[in-house]
Design a protein around this ligand. Structure first.
Ligand code: SF4
Length: 294
């Protein structure tokens, strides 16, 4: 999926990539089949606003709409495919159908990148995000009710023009209420040609720096808290590449956490059950459990 019709005031995508366009489902299925037949176990469906994916398919001479949820279902029929992800979603486009698909489709990974950008309704409105903090929090709890093991990541912009201390506190409060597995946070910087770049209520650099430090410290604490729950647990890990040390490999959990393991055999491109033994900064280190290859 390419392009975006949302026109957030800070973003160049609608101007540089144009309006939303979805690749036909047949093309994606053909490419996915080819990738799976050549060994791919995991696919990530990419789009600037992937949750707005729309295609159609002919069934008994009748055109049927294909949503992102339908696309995930169709792709999961590829037997050798084990994991499906999608990126990036706009909260307003997450449908009940997609949440239901997460509940029933075990190949769809329980990790959702759901950018909110700010926890202040005033700033969200100025950003033209088309959702409120309440909408976002209700969406997260609706998803968690249906899919209890779902974890979330998000994007945050601090120092958006006109952001007051109170607005910023609202963002910190939202982070506390939601609880994120990992997140990206940035200091606002104007993108030429966007409406926000014409806004003259610029936040002082020193204030933005302080806010960024605060938000990153909170998000880091949450990430550590989320990760520490995995110590001593068994986790499915898709090994993707060699790591720095001899005989060391690295792979990803369903939540995209990196896991390092040692083996004298080549493990790349396979999924193993791994016991997580320790956590160093953002990486796990673990041990492959005997004969538990999936
Ligand atoms: Fe940009 Fe995302 Fe907003 Fe679209 S939804 S305008 S891609 S930030």
């Amino acid at each position: 999926q390419e392009g975006c019709d949302k026109f957030c005031t800070f973003c160049v995508v609608p101007y540089t990539r144009g309006s939303e366009y979805s690749r036909p489902v047949e093309n994606i299925y053909a490419e996915a089949t080819n990738l799976v037949n050549t060994g791919a176990l995991e696919l990530t469906l990419l789009g600037q606003n992937v949750s707005a994916y729309r295609s159609n398919i002919l069934k008994n001479m009748i055109k049927k709409n294909v949503s992102l949820a339908n696309l995930c279902k169709i792709l999961s029929s590829l037997e050798k495919l084990k994991r499906i992800r999608y990126l990036t979603s706009h909260p307003s486009d997450i449908t009940d159908e997609l949440i239901e698909e997460h509940k029933t489709n075990k190949k769809l990974m329980p990790f959702l990148h759901l950018p909110i950008q700010s926890g202040s309704n005033i700033i969200l409105k100025k950003m033209n995000r088309k959702h409120t903090r309440d909408f976002y929090m209700k969406l997260v709890s609706r998803i968690k009710n249906k899919v209890p093991n779902m974890a979330f990541s998000s994007d945050f912009i601090v120092g958006y023009p006109g952001e007051t201390n109170e607005d910023f506190e609202q963002t910190l409060d939202l982070i506390d209420r939601v609880g994120f597995a990992s997140s990206y946070s940035f200091k606002y910087s104007p993108r030429p040609g966007t409406p926000a770049s014409l806004n003259d209520k610029i936040i002082k650099e020193s204030v933005s720096n302080l806010r960024l430090k605060k938000i990153q410290s909170k998000l880091l604490d949450q990430q550590n808290e989320f990760n520490s729950k995995f110590i001593d647990k068994e986790v499915d890990v898709l090994i993707t590449k060699k790591s720095k040390k001899i005989d060391q490999f690295v792979g990803r959990t369903p939540y995209l956490q990196p896991v390092h393991v040692f083996s004298s055999k080549n493990l790349i491109g396979r999924i193993f059950k791994i016991k997580i033994e320790r956590l160093t900064s953002f990486s796990f280190h673990g041990k492959i459990l005997d004969s538990l290859e999936i």
